[in-house]
Ligand binder design. Structure first.
Ligand code: GCB
Length: 601
């Protein structure tokens, strides 16, 4: 009896220690920009539904009264519209602070084609969505920054169709992120909506990258989807490098290949991309792929085998000047262009996966990328559903960008509290990330350095054991002490691993001037940067920096009138695109550093 009880207790312990993940759905279709698509962007009708009556009232049926006595209490056609992609908060003033469901509807016509499958693809909907086509449910999705798709081949009609989406940005304790963030909870269909056409059997995903640690071997696979997926011949061609190979898929539709390749390596100095043609049966498309290696050696990060210092900046996906969630190629161009002007070779894309167009631009511009999932501050560490949700967001982030040379770091989290259930959770994510992509480095941003005597700090967070690169956020001169105090601080780490100061910073309202001791002035912020750069340069394990933050961004936690006005003012740029004094301090620091760096191969 006692033995049984022990077994039961042990099983219960394992259950709580290692929550069981739900089986996640298949990853979204890769490389949508290389495929045949029809855009469903543009004006969508909307109904704001704060009391959540839409589901009971079946808004998804988009019903019209049958006759003059029929009661229907909604009418999409007569309702106002929102532009897709785009958040609702900045498109309609009355929705600036709105958190809850909004129903979207769009009517479109479509000419069906034989032997063609069609998928509806969403770049991102924040946060939870339910999708319906012609009155039928397609499915649900949770997670505000990763893509998803549903097959609609059978439900799609030749001629007129309507699609309805219920999007809700309601915050929840067990969601990812949880209840508290320091960014605006922009709701809505924030990225592109596309219909993707494919042959009946088609290439769903592929991996074409250098083998881990190798400069002259490509390791890859192609995953084919469809009834005829076994025994399909797939081929990969990089004509500029004289490479052409083919392989045959196994019973699951997967074909792996391994081949020698003589390639120019991708780097910030030479962001060389190759045109890669991938084909199988009736399916063929191109992608632009760069080839490089990324590893660590002790406290160094090695790009293509050589040490590199990451001259970086953190940024939110917030639209410069226009405001709201960034979505366009122009938005990405402005943000990354500013990072380049600052002297960066690296960007930390905080705190969630950014738009695919931004990562592809980083590939072209030669900016190294830290990409993160929104496991932020305290979340429901002991909830199996929360873990499954974070696992799915991680998997979809990696699936979307695993062919991008710019991405070198997958980040699991930001500033999470040190406690056992958090460690179990994040360790599971680290193991997932390593299994999904053994070629990139795994990191997290942490604020868990401990006091180690006066002005001494030691990093020994147990999470460090499961990471390749450690991210440390510290706010000397802003939340702790005065800027001058930063000079005396000594930071050490028990891990012989590269350390990135993933955040430091302070607030300044553009155009507000005073002496360097006066908060919110540009002089205060610039002085803080001088002292911070002085102190962090002395960290023995330092491999890079990504100060907080490129541009002012909206945050409901920042109400101070006349200064913050609901913006986090730690930007080096104002949200209107003006450069603050601290911008020039960091630019000079990066330029001087770069001048002393050995040239990269
Ligand atoms: C942090 C967070 C970041 C905040 C920043 C701040 O430590 O990681 O999301 O916005 O501090 O401004 O306080």
């Amino acid at each position: 009896m006692r033995c049984l009880l022990l077994i039961f207790l042990f099983a219960a312990l394992i259950q709580t220690e290692m929550p069981q993940a739900q089986t996640p759905p298949a990853s979204p279709i890769a490389n949508v920009s290389g495929r045949k698509t029809t855009s469903l962007n543009g004006a969508w009708h909307i109904i704001v539904d704060p009391l959540e009556s839409g589901l009971n009232a079946k808004y998804f049926r988009n019903r019209k009264p049958k006759d003059k006595s029929d009661l229907v209490e909604y009418d999409f056609e007569a309702s106002e519209t929102l532009n897709v992609p785009g958040d609702w908060n900045t498109q309609k003033e009355k929705l600036l602070f709105y958190e809850g469901p909004v129903w979207y509807e769009k009517t479109f016509s479509y000419a069906k084609r034989e032997h063609t499958r069609v998928f509806v693809y969403f770049g991102a909907v924040n946060y939870r969505s339910r999708i319906y086509l012609n009155g039928e449910a397609l499915g649900e999705h949770e997670g505000g920054f990763t893509p998803f798709d549903f097959e609609v081949t059978k439900l799609l009609r030749d001629g007129e169709n309507f699609i309805v989406v219920e999007a809700s940005n309601q915050r929840r304790n067990d969601a990812v992120p949880g209840l508290n963030t320091d960014w605006w909870n922009y709701g809505g269909i924030t990225r592109d909506v596309l219909l993707i056409e494919t042959p009946e059997t088609f290439i769903h995903d592929y991996w074409v990258q250098l083998a881990k640690g190798s400069h002259d071997q490509i390791d890859g696979w192609v995953q084919v989807d469809g009834d005829r997926r076994p025994q399909q011949r797939v081929s990969v061609e990089i004509s500029e490098a004289g490479i052409k190979t083919s392989a045959v898929t196994d019973a699951d539709g997967r074909a792996a290949f391994h081949l020698p390749a003589k390639l120019q390596l991708w780097s910030p100095k030479n962001p060389k991309l190759y045109d890669v043609l991938i084909s199988s049966g009736g399916d063929a498309f191109h992608d632009s792929i760069g080839f490089r290696t990324i590893e660590t050696r002790g406290s160094q990060i090695l790009l293509n085998g050589e040490p590199i210092f990451l001259r970086g900046i953190s940024l939110h996906e917030e639209a410069p000047i226009r405001g709201g969630r960034a979505y366009s190629a122009d938005d990405a161009q402005t943000l990354l262009g500013w990072a380049k002007e600052l002297g960066c070779n690296f960007v930390r894309l905080a705190h969630y996966p950014h738009n695919e167009n931004e990562i592809r631009l980083a590939d072209r511009m030669g900016l190294l990328v830290w990409s993160e999932i929104p496991v932020y501050w305290d979340i429901a560490w002991d909830s199996p559903a929360t873990l499954a949700n974070a696992q799915l967001q991680l998997k979809d982030m990696i699936a979307r960008d695993h062919n991008r040379a710019s991405v070198i770091l997958w980040s699991l989290s930001n500033e999470t509290p040190v406690k056992p259930d958090r460690l179990t959770f994040l360790r599971t994510l680290a193991e997932d990330a390593r299994r999904l992509d053994s070629t990139r480095l795994i990191t997290s941003a942490m604020n868990s350095a401990e006091d180690d005597g006066p002005d001494r700090h030691i990093f020994r967070d147990p999470l460090g054991e499961f990471l390749d690169v450690l991210g440390l956020n510290e706010y000397y001169g802003w939340y702790v002490g005065r800027p001058e105090d930063a000079d005396r601080q000594i930071w050490t780490s028990v891990y012989d691993k590269p350390l990135i100061i993933s955040e430091f910073g302070g607030g300044a309202a553009y155009g507000r001037h005073g002496d360097a001791a006066t908060r919110w002035t540009e002089e205060y912020q610039a002085n803080l940067f001088v002292h911070q750069l002085n102190t962090v340069s002395k960290i023995p394990h330092l491999a890079g920096l990504s100060p907080w933050v490129l541009m002012d961004f909206r945050s409901p936690r920042r109400p101070l009138p006349g200064i913050q006005d609901y913006y986090n003012r730690k930007g080096l740029f104002s949200n209107a695109g003006q450069r603050k004094q601290a911008f020039f301090v960091l630019q000079k620091f990066y330029r001087d550093r770069q001048a002393h760096e050995p040239p990269l191969p």
